[in-house]
Design a protein around this ligand. Structure first.
Ligand SMILES: [Mg+2]
Length: 118
């Protein structure tokens, strides 16, 4: 069984894109969340090895969710997916210890290449 991946994004199209690439790349997609609140709950119930984390989402954004998840497990690997205009949040994410980022739009293979090296 491959590494467990939690996909977090409010866009169904992006969740599908990441899921397809992840399954092709040998990952087990253990859960998908459409906002940060779901992400924290699903992190705790599924304990993924890696997380792809969108930034802009309703209810709770990706930075707030990442902070809560990192407080539960400082070792968890988070790949943050940023869009244009997210530069300030990316800087804040670096300050809380997130080290992997990918800019939208991206190709499925690109995201797997990064996940494989995390
Ligand atoms: Mg979004």
């Amino acid at each position: 069984m491959g590494k467990k991946l939690l996909i977090v994004d409010d866009s169904p199209a992006i969740r599908v894109l990441i899921e397809r690439a992840a399954l092709a790349g040998g990952y087990e997609v253990c859960a998908q969340a459409k906002n940060g609140e779901e992400a924290v709950k699903l992190y705790s119930s599924t304990l993924p090895d890696v997380i792809t984390m969108d930034i802009t989402m309703p209810i709770k954004d990706g930075l707030a969710a990442s902070k809560e998840i990192l407080a539960l497990n400082p070792e968890v690997k988070i790949l943050m997916l940023s869009a244009m205009g997210d530069e300030e949040i990316v800087n804040q994410a670096k300050e809380v210890g997130i080290t992997h980022f990918m800019k939208k739009p991206f190709k499925g293979e690109e995201i797997i290449k990064i996940l494989d090296n995390m």
